[in-house]
Write a protein that binds this ligand. Structure first.
Ligand code: GLU
Length: 461
């Protein structure tokens, strides 16, 4: 390479880095309290410099400023009446982050921690996750600081109806399509859909996904996030001549993602030795009985600590972070954001973990991600590993539009193929951008390029 070319490359690289730094500091200045959002942006910005160097038009088109500023952030009042007759007021959100490749798509989270930072971090990641699925869906997210814990069925219904009264003005099958996330499952989606239908005066099935099978839901959607995470793990391990059979697996959480990740892992011959809820975790070296977990969490709405009453050989430990001290070959964080600290990551690595795949969104802190990347473990970031849920949501939209329902086997086969494609695309992008094996770089670059190109082709809008 001639001296001048080398110099030019160096200058382009410097320009790209200066641009990234400038935009990141603007973002932090503008909304200093949005720490989760900054963390999600940082992860993307740390990966994409080579893409900006290769295509400086992204800089000229100010793609980073445009990507990090939501197209729309809606904040609204959610008033409802509790069982005592008292008026309650929660804060609702919908972030319509990016529609470059399709209608906004992303779940709703009902949890006391929901605020603009959490909604924006989730919505921002959703843009790239959705792009990776290969489906025509943009990025969005929403929710409320409502705590469903301990609420009656009637309270949940009234809250969902009030939440939808406002949301219905902003969503629709070709506009913005919400689904579930933490605290929003089939029951909530039923109430949300009922209210949407009533307000619209039309049966627009494709306005929400994750619906009940009785009114337009897709077979396989419930299982998709958890199963998809395991299909992704299978792909990663296969590439290294490894497989899941006989491996010890630690899974945090005991919600929808966690339960179906455990189910598929067990089906493939793994031994799931621990799972948790927000109070603590259970541990059994001989393997957790999934049916008991399902009975407690899905049907009886009880706490995971009650598991030991049915399986006295198992142990319950109060508090969640200790789950990562249990030796295992495969760790699947499927609970919530920032659940793996830097030191928990260190312990996992020291104890011989071979694979970490994120079923939850951003479960690893920045320090934990650095540890995983620096080690030689296989690490699958959430955008890639948990994309199966939203991918099957998109298949639900396709079925709703065509008024045809696919079998479970058809959906599951499509999900498998999508997860395999995501793995190969991330892995190829990592190689092409000089970071072989680094799926964080691979996922971020592959997702970014697709969205940035679509935005560029559509002009400055
Ligand atoms: N909340 C899920 C996610 O984080 C699913 C979103 C959807 O199906 O739209 O991807």
């Amino acid at each position: 390479m001639s001296h001048t070319i080398m110099q030019r490359d160096y200058q382009t690289e410097q320009r790209a880095q200066a641009y990234i730094d400038e935009v990141f500091s603007q973002i932090k200045q503008r909304d200093p309290h949005e720490t989760e959002f900054h963390q999600a942006v940082d992860v993307i910005f740390k990966s994409i410099k080579p893409a900006l160097v290769k295509n400086p038009a992204y800089i000229d088109n100010r793609i980073l400023e445009r990507l990090t500023e939501p197209e729309r952030l809606i904040t609204f009042r959610v008033p409802w009446v509790d069982d005592e007759g008292t008026v309650q007021v929660n804060r609702g959100f919908r972030v319509q982050f990016n529609s470059a490749i399709g209608p906004y798509k992303g779940g709703l989270r009902f949890h006391p921690t929901v605020n603009s930072s959490v909604v924006k971090f989730l919505g921002f990641q959703q843009i790239f996750k959705n792009a990776l699925t290969g489906q025509p869906i943009g990025g969005g997210k929403g929710g409320a600081d409502f705590d469903p814990k301990g609420k009656s069925d009637g309270e949940i219904m009234r809250f969902c109806q009030s939440f939808m009264t406002e949301s219905s003005q902003h969503i629709g099958p070709d506009t913005d399509v919400p689904a579930g996330d933490i605290g929003v499952g089939a029951r909530e989606l039923g109430y949300l859909f009922g209210q949407y239908k009533k307000l619209r005066g039309r049966f627009e099935a494709g306005a929400l996904t994750g619906k009940s099978l009785n009114f337009g839901g897709s077979l396989g959607r419930k299982e998709a996030t958890g199963y998809g995470t395991i299909y992704f793990v299978e792909n990663m391990m296969k590439d290294k001549g490894l497989n899941i059979e006989g491996k010890r697996v630690v899974v945090s959480g005991s919600g929808n993602v966690s339960i179906h990740a455990m189910e598929k892992a067990i089906e493939l011959g793994a031994i799931v030795v621990a799972c948790s809820d927000s109070d603590g975790y259970i541990h059994d070296e001989n393997g957790i009985h999934l049916e008991t977990v399902k009975q407690l969490k899905e049907i009886e709405n009880r706490r995971i600590r009650d598991y030991v009453d049915y399986h006295p050989q198992s142990v319950y430990v109060e508090g969640c972070s200790g789950i990562w001290t249990i030796p295992c070959e495969i760790a699947l964080p499927c609970a919530t954001q920032n659940e793996i600290s830097g030191s928990a990551a260190q312990t996992l690595i020291k104890n011989g973990v071979k694979v970490v795949a994120e079923g939850a969104n951003m479960p690893s802190t920045t320090a934990a991600v650095e540890q995983f990347i620096a080690s030689d473990i296989l690490y699958a970031p959430a955008k890639a590993a948990n994309a199966g849920g939203v991918a099957v949501s998109s298949l639900e939209m396709a079925q709703n539009s065509s008024r045809i329902a696919w079998t479970f086997e058809e959906v599951d086969k499509k999900l498998k193929d999508i997860m395999t494609d995501i793995y190969h695309n991330c892995s190829e992008a990592a190689k092409a951008y000089s970071a072989p094996g680094n799926l964080v770089v691979g996922a971020n670059i592959a997702g970014f390029i697709k969205v940035a190109d679509a935005m560029t082709e559509q002009g400055v809008i």
